[in-house]
Design a protein around this ligand. Structure first.
Ligand code: BGC
Length: 413
């Protein structure tokens, strides 16, 4: 063959083979608030740097309830995205449907088993194969506080739920909203799980909300947890129904409200607004939970694709777990890296505290999965528990009645 014709043939072959290397990476997620979108943009940038096309499949709605509904429709119609933000026991539910791809190639080549804490790796695997890649570790049991508001009200942030009522009342007398909240089921549950943990401690929390042990649910501690939720509810403003979580965070940022109970994705909002921890805002453990850590691990499941070209999927998964991505994404998102031994020196004080509390609580037995964020239960039980807490928040239901309904919800597992 003439050299020129050979060159042409090679060029044609390369052009033809290009799609095998460059793919379209469509990713479903629910990261649409200011801090979340900034974090997701880092993923897009890195995927594009690998030569792939990023197709954003963002479904608004904190906590991901909307995103899960949309995902089901897409998969049922036989057209799944490359990856979707799914976490906890739901990963196993999707794997059991037989629609996921495994990540054996990349996970073996990159030795994921040695990069991840075993408790995280197990959640990502189905029958011994990785079917999901973890992104981060969020801590849920935080109280975000505006120090200026506390100063003006002449009170210190509460350390226990017993002192909470008096502190919140003083804040209101000084003309502020005590608790910034958005009345949506997942946010109601986020507040309730921190209360249950603070009132009962990690051993009770594990029995009642992870194992769903009827004796632990049907106990005076659960009654006290609901009574406490009723008391905290009283300190939320009348405009809270339906409010998005990030708008509640803004109320703390702007000094309208004193505090918010929310996972550390809220820190992403403070950071995006240029606020400095320790000065403009405080990250404190929710009352009574200083020695505990409710974890919420974001992850992506990956779907089997019809054309069987899994290169883009592998590149996506490898990027998510890479050190450069873990560093920049988590600084924007408010979470901490999921890779073991990640250098935390460039992270802020809240993240450093989260990282050391993660390790300490793991040793002490205080590390517990967040039930409000799909870490503890299969989706049917999780949804049923969420409904009970949310209807309690929005009615005059007694704590005793709520416990009875919780016992029913636990049977969904
Ligand atoms: C997710 C976070 C997200 C938050 C609010 C949580 O369930 O884990 O990544 O920022 O919901 O949307």
């Amino acid at each position: 063959m003439q050299p020129r014709r050979l060159t042409l043939a090679l060029a044609a072959a390369c052009a033809f083979s290009l799609p095998a290397f460059a793919g379209t990476v469509e990713v479903l997620h629910w990261w649409t608030s200011g801090g979340e979108a900034k974090s997701a943009a880092e993923l897009k940038k890195m995927i594009e740097a690998k030569g792939h096309t990023w197709k954003d499949f963002a479904v608004a709605g904190g906590g991901g309830d909307n995103a899960m509904t949309v995902l089901k429709t897409r998969v049922v119609s036989g057209n799944p995205p490359v990856a979707a933000q799914v976490k906890g026991p739901a990963i196993q539910e999707w794997a059991a449907e037989g629609v996921l791809a495994n990540l054996d190639n990349v996970s073996k080549a990159e030795k994921w088993d040695s990069l991840l804490p075993p408790v995280v790796a197990n959640v990502m695997k189905h029958k011994g194969h990785y079917v999901a890649v973890p992104v981060n570790v969020h801590r849920v049991n935080w109280m975000w506080a505006n120090p200026e508001v506390f100063k003006k009200a002449g009170v210190q942030p509460p350390k226990s739920w017993d002192e909470f009522d008096a502190v919140a009342t003083k804040i209101e007398k000084a003309g502020f909203i005590a608790v910034a909240h958005g009345g949506q089921p997942w946010q109601d549950n986020t507040v309730f799980e921190s209360i249950a943990l603070g009132v009962g401690g990690p051993a009770y929390y594990n029995k009642a909300f992870v194992k769903l042990d009827p004796a632990a649910i049907n106990s005076p501690t659960t009654i006290k947890a609901f009574d406490t939720l009723r008391m905290v509810r009283k300190h939320m403003d009348k405009d809270m129904p339906g409010r998005d979580w990030n708008l509640a965070t803004s109320m703390v940022i702007n000094g309208k409200a004193a505090m918010q109970f929310m996972g550390d994705w809220a820190k992403g909002e403070f950071a995006a607004a240029g606020k400095v921890p320790g000065k403009d805002y405080l990250c404190l453990a929710a009352p009574g939970t200083a020695n505990a850590f409710t974890f919420n691990i974001d992850s992506f499941i990956v779907f089997a694709q019809k054309n069987k070209d899994m290169k883009a999927t592998g590149d996506f998964a490898s990027t998510v777990l890479s050190t450069p991505f873990q560093e920049v994404f988590n600084q924007n998102k408010g979470s901490i890296p999921v890779r073991l031994g990640h250098d935390m020196s460039k992270f802020d004080d809240c993240a450093k505290k989260s990282a050391s509390d993660f390790v300490a609580s793991n040793k002490s037995g205080g590390l517990v999965p967040s039930f409000a964020h799909q870490m503890a239960q299969p989706s049917a039980a999780q949804g049923a528990i969420q409904d009970v807490v949310s209807s309690f928040m929005n009615s005059n239901m007694s704590s005793k009645e709520a416990v009875a309904k919780l016992l029913e919800a636990a049977k969904k597992r």
